[in-house]
Write a protein that binds this ligand. Structure first.
Ligand code: G3H
Ligand code: ZN
Length: 281
């Protein structure tokens, strides 16, 4: 059932665990993620990025409606989150399409501009009942726009959260977007200092490149919302490739999409269990 992001994140935080937020590109992603959550018996966050909306020819409505319908029909608690939103126009459409939360991304701007734009977005979001996440510290890997190795300063993070009023903060602690190998090493001491400095839940972006033991340690040190995208696409596309390589006569998309969706669901279930602490690495 569709559940507010705020509720799912607060419950994970209170339990001392983490919750997976997985990127949706097509309806099969939404189906796979929700199937994984049902298999694990755990809540989940479906997130649609501004990039994914661009892929859908700039139309938010069709993919949002599909994800929402999948969430509504699930027995798992499923939140709908709009991810990496740079456009104010898109931000302002979120609530009407069923999103409980938005990540407003002004991290490429200067500190002052990031504060001003994010504080304004939070004010508009509040009027629509949205939970707002934002980013400070420019996490690497987004279209090569940000330098890897960036780190969020805890003192600046505390001032930023106070000035903007955000509900959650994405921080740069060593992860980077779009990694296809799990070789990232996180700065756990910094995660602990950030958790002590800011009153809101911390968000880890670029989690596909982070090994299981590092993810578990990140949650232990204070990360709550764990964003995973590329790992799902690796599982999905790997299965599509195996199907097509194995049968040159295959033309029905259902024959290669079904195993791909199942592979993605397995990846989601394993990640959710790991983050909730119901399995160990
Ligand atoms: O916001 C989305 C995530 O940060 C996903 O990053 O594709 O590197 O796992 P990833
Ligand atoms: Zn991200």
């Amino acid at each position: 059932m569709l559940t507010p992001t705020a509720e799912i994140v607060a419950a994970a935080r209170a339990a001392g665990g983490g919750v997976g937020a997985f990127n949706v590109i097509t309806v099969e992603h939404a189906e796979a993620i929700v199937t994984g959550a049902e298999e694990a018996g755990l809540p989940v966050i479906l997130q649609i990025s501004e990039n994914a909306v661009r892929f859908h020819q700039g139309r938010l409505a069709p993919i949002a409606a599909a994800a929402r319908a999948v969430a509504d029909s699930s027995r798992a608690a499923v939140a709908l989150h709009l991810d990496h939103v740079e456009s104010d126009e898109l931000f302002d459409q979120a609530a009407a399409h069923g999103f409980g939360s938005v990540m407003y991304d002004a991290s490429a701007s200067s500190y002052a501009d990031n504060v001003a734009a994010t504080a304004a977005a939070v004010r508009r979001g509040r009027r629509r009942g949205l939970w707002v996440e934002s980013e400070l510290g420019a996490i690497g890997g987004k279209d090569g726009a940000h330098a890897p190795g960036a780190r969020t300063d805890p003192g600046e993070a505390a001032a930023y959260v106070a000035a903007t009023g955000v509900d959650a903060l994405a921080v740069a602690v060593g992860s980077s977007h779009a990694m296809r190998t799990r070789t990232a090493r996180l700065d756990h001491e910094l995660i602990g200092r950030l958790r002590a400095a800011v009153p809101v839940p911390l968000v880890l972006h670029g989690s596909s490149g982070v090994p299981d033991d590092e993810l578990v340690a990140a949650v232990r040190h204070g990360m709550v919302k764990i964003n995973i995208g590329t790992a799902l696409n690796s599982a999905f596309t790997g299965a599509v490739r195996a199907s097509l390589d194995g049968d040159a006569a295959l033309v029905d998309p259902r024959r290669y999409l079904a195993p791909a969706r199942a592979a993605m669901a397995g990846t989601v279930a394993a990640a959710l269990r790991l983050l909730a602490g119901t399995t160990t690495p």
